[in-house]
Design a protein. Structure first.
Length: 162
């Protein structure tokens, strides 16, 4: 199975567009999503969203429990963040679509996400720490938001406090 080319550039219109919900859970979707996974693994990423490989649909892969014995890659189709903690934490992020760019981003420490798997079965997961951060990062991608936008928002917030 071939891997897909990862799109780069902060102003790329595909990366900046809001993605549409997946309506058809078919073999074509499964094939595309498995190709996405191969691209993520080849690039050694912790997540990848469909816009990063040229398709504006609401689907992404995330690696959960990174570097632990129960590490797993999960495909999330039509994900929705249904709750989030009041607590936030700041952590460093990078992005496959912005190679070599890193920065500190404030994210919610804990979230609950509802999504469908590739067989159209609904799931709900409560995640915290890095797992929550990765899901929030990829969820931003399907809304046309890049992590550098979150850095700018943090900087503006600091400026208002001065």
């Amino acid at each position: 199975m071939k891997k897909l080319k990862i799109i780069t550039g902060a102003e790329n219109p595909i990366l900046r567009a809001k993605s549409v919900p997946v309506k058809h859970f078919d073999e074509g979707l499964k094939k595309f999503v498995l190709q996405m996974k191969k691209s993520m693994e080849s690039a050694k990423g912790l997540g990848i969203a469909a816009p990063q490989v040229g398709k504006n649909i609401r689907v992404f892969w995330v690696v959960l429990n990174y570097d632990k014995k129960d590490q797993v890659a999960v495909a999330m189709v039509n994900p929705k963040i249904v709750s989030r903690s009041r607590d936030t934490e700041i952590g460093e992020e990078g992005c496959l679509s912005l190679p070599g760019v890193y920065g500190k981003v404030e994210r919610f420490r804990e979230i609950t996400v509802e999504y469908f798997d590739l067989d159209e079965v609904r799931h709900s997961l409560t995640l915290e720490g890095l797992d929550a951060r990765v899901v929030l990062h990829e969820n931003d991608h399907i809304d046309g938001i890049l992590f550098i936008d979150r850095i700018k928002a943090m900087d503006e917030k600091k400026d208002l406090a001065l």
